[in-house]
Design a protein around this ligand. Sequence first.
Ligand code: CDP
Ligand code: MG
Length: 749
Amino acid sequence: IREVQNREAMREKFWELTDKTRLGSLLKINKNIDKLENSNAPGRKILEQSSKRQEEEVDYKTDSQYGAAMRAKNEAVSDFAKSKTIKEQREYLPVYSVRDELLTVIRDNKIVIIVGETGSGKTTQLTQYLHEDGYSKEGLIGCTQPRRVAAVSVAKRVAEEMGVELSSKVGYSIRFEDCTSKETIIKYMTDGVLLRESLIDSELNQYSAIVMDEAHERSLNTDVLFGILKKVAQKRRDIKLIITSATMNAERFADFFGNVPIFTIPGRTFPVQQYFSKTIQEDYVDAAVKQALTIHLQNGPGDILIFMTGQEDIEATCYLIAERLQKLEGVTPMLVLPIYSQLPSDVQAKIFEASEFRKCVVATNIAETSLTLDGVKFVIDTGLCKLKVYNPKIGMDALQITPISQANANQRSGRAGRTGPGICYRLYTDTCYRTELLENNIPEIQRTNLSNVVLLLKSLNVDNLLEFDFMDPPPQETILNSMYQLWILGALDNTGNLTELGRKMVEFPLDPPLSKMLIMSDQFGCSQEILTIVSMLSVPSIFFRPKGREQESDAAREKFFVVESDHLTLLHVYDQWKMHNYDQEWATKHFVHGKALKKVREVRSQLLDIMKQLKMEMNSVGTDWDQVRKAICSGYFHNAAKIKGIGEYVNLRTGIPCVLHPSSAIYGLGFTPDYVVYHELVMTTKEYMQCVTAVDPHWLAEMGPMFFSVKEAYGQNSNVLKRDIEKKGLREMEKEMEAEIRRKTEDVR
Ligand code: CDP
Ligand code: MG
């Protein structure tokens, strides 16, 4: 697997060297890859940019690029769906056979752990059973999902099963998208949404029952919810808490919640034959493509499910399969379908649609347990997934391609045995499985940045984070790091308590630096402008660059450039779109995703509501964009960098070298500015600064890290502040804070 990682690193490098249209160059890469020298030390991890912006929306690609395979429209309805009514389908599920026992256990116990194979009906049926058993009379029935896609698709399915409109009796709520109403009795939501709700109502009184689904995934928010809901259950007599897991190691959950019963849904699975690769695969994309084609040409009916790492690999795989299929004459078409979290939902829905042709679904680990695809007979497992991992070197999370665990591998192969015997092709060796894969995956809470969690818990009055009831506590170092970051932003004071600013920051469903920038903006007289910029940063990339039209689209993008700032460029795009009456056609014409802009508009209006609640002043500086840059500076001074060479910078605090991204508007300045701030680092072969704004060094000095915390400590007297900084020096002050936090946390231990 390390080999494969190195390959991936080389491919990244090649892309950087040649061009950015990755799909097109992939074929060339396979031929040229051997010529590249391997500069990666063994085990060096491949870092990708952080989660949100990394997976870009690609609806423009889907139609043209999957070629013939995509054109094979799916008109036929699958045999199963055609021959069985919804009622029959529901009654066919394994969970139905134990419905009554299950409801009895729930009636008798406040907390129950439910274990069952993927596809047994946990996610779609439990909420309905609870409703049928009368719990909806007492309050909402909530069901949390670690993934947005799952929350939406499952809500749709359940609405259909109950024969109601989505958002009426059945609805969903994900960040920036609330599709529920007063009528709603069954609500699917991301775990993050429920976590935020617990801020407003710490006892979650509107719920009569909460299903925490996919607990085995151990997502960050679910782990935090465990601690919070355990407390809620202690306080409230009238709540039911159900924790579901697809894997069998449920004892830990049962122990954590106080020796609660475990209910196992009897499985109905078919044997799956395993094939391991004999040698280490050099290129997992290529290996998967070949395997899929071999299956298609040599095997009888049955859909194929390929587990890939992330969006880019998925697209490359889909493209290659479609392309090679097209070249083969007289072969029956195959429907090649991608699925990953950022895929537009109408394209996602296609994987559930019935088809007269074989389907080949290329998925992230989303298809491991959160989505059930009937009819899969062949699974191809690359043995890799993308995980968010905290990188202490850069002080932020990065998506990283990592080997999966044995538990994941078994889940993956299980997908082939849902409706009949199946086959799983593992693109890694037997030895690799036994010696290199961990038995279980590491919970997210132990490997990612916790700033948001710290902020949330602090505002829930959890003063001492090390005392919080975590099932698996995060490393103390990570907590300290996150506290330190929050302190730099001014969200925590020198004693580690939430400041006024920190309290406000919690109100926004944004990462701390963005919420801070937004809160500070009215003081700079530009809250309207910053609101737009923050909203633009909260959706996946808005520019598109179709294959074959790169120059044209680049030229269109350049017309929007505000040369001092990529942030202002984003503002400019939005303002122009607004001037053109939010017209979708205008957007397309200018190579901007209309759908993304529409989303920005929705996000903007939701953030605006919060700003109004906080009684923030809504003001605008018109065209005095220097003020806007100052406000941007206030949120990003931790991401400030000083010039080192042409296009090369070093981070002022950490000394990490970073470079301007080739797509930056800053190049339009004609010279590279001495000081910049950036939104985030994108790590490929170099550390690229993504979304950059040129700043005046005086602003940085003015708004430097100590500004807010010292202001808190010394009142509003900025002279005292300045004197103190001069006397002690910034670094000294930072050390003091560190010592303070350390002392506090050590006291507890
Ligand atoms: O949660 P669990 O894995 O136990 O099963 P589920 O997600 O409730 O799936 C039960 C059944 O509902 C499966 O047979 C799925 O095919 C079907 N389903 C669907 O048709 N559409 C969805 N969006 C979700 C599930
Ligand atoms: Mg499920």
